[in-house]
Ligand binder design. Structure first.
Ligand code: BMP
Length: 262
């Protein structure tokens, strides 16, 4: 059987059982994009402007909703409208890390009500499998999906070896899990997607431990599925649309190279 990395996104979408993953692969194929924008901006106006201008080039908009200083319910409504207009999914990078009962409250309630609007969210499995079960109780009925942080991109990160292996085991065993944050393909047992942050075409890192690798390394060599790019697209002095086009092209070319379509 060919590795999932050798199949097209379209084929994987057709064969996948999870409607959300089917929708994601279909979007990727339609837009020829395996690019996710990490929209780490601190105002509602900036976030909406970025989502609207870069939206046509991405498959997933990744948010940190708690960095938006003037968050309100209307922001979420407008983000959902932009997701429909430009055909992308929303991933709230919440990194839940508490016991099952607490994360249920955090995911479904509070000010942000993440489960109501984010198609995808993620968690650390430090508390054990109960965190997945708690999140699933809220997210499964809404058709949402969860990524496990099997690895991180930053220098000295502790998610390695047996800890990473445990993430993979838990992902395989839980239907609510659709994949991982990490740097590579982790398993062939079922089609779990990998989304990779810490991607840059030029910089090698920042002053706070971030480390960047190229789309070619991540997609072609490591078999990851989606590149997550933040400051490489909208950093100081950058033309966000031009950079988004450049990263989309680099990510897609790396994917075609992996399939052997030179
Ligand atoms: P940038 O491309 O500007 O470095 O942004 C990376 C984004 O990915 C940030 O939103 C960060 O929170 C997230 N991220 C990461 O950098 N490394 C990880 O291991 C996990 C992340 O979610």
């Amino acid at each position: 059987m060919p590795s999932f990395s050798q199949k097209t996104y379209a084929q994987r979408g057709e064969e996948h059982a999870h409607p959300l993953v089917k929708a994601l692969f279909a979007t990727m194929e339609r837009k020829q994009s395996n690019l996710s924008l990490a929209a780490d901006v601190s105002s509602k106006a900036e976030l909406l402007a970025l989502a609207d201008t870069v939206g046509p080039y991405i498959c997933v908009l990744k948010t940190h909703i708690d960095v938006v200083s003037d968050f309100d319910a209307d922001l979420v409504k407008q983000l959902q409208a932009l997701a429909a207009k430009h055909d992308f999914l929303i991933f709230e990078d919440r990194k839940f890390a508490d016991i099952g009962n607490t994360v249920k409250l955090q995911y479904g309630g509070g000010i942000y009500r993440i489960a109501d609007w984010a198609h995808i969210t993620n968690c650390h499995v430090i508390p054990g499998e109960g965190i997945i079960q708690g999140l699933a109780e809220v997210g499964m009925p809404k058709g949402r999906g969860l990524l496990l942080l099997a690895e991180m991109s930053s220098a000295g990160m502790l998610a390695t070896g047996a800890y990473t292996d445990k993430n993979v085991e838990m992902a395989i065993a839980n239907d609510f899990v659709i994949g991982f944050i990490g740097s590579r393909r982790f398993t062939e047992e079922r089609d779990l997607i990998t989304m990779t942050p810490g991607v840059g075409l030029h910089a090698s890192g920042d002053a706070l431990g971030q480390q960047y690798r190229t789309p070619k390394k991540i997609i072609t060599e490591n078999g990851s599925d989606i590149i997550i790019v933040g400051r490489g697209i909208y950093g100081p002095g950058k033309d966000a649309v031009a950079e988004a086009k450049r990263y989309r092209e680099a990510g897609w070319t790396a994917y075609l190279d992996r399939l052997g379509h030179k």
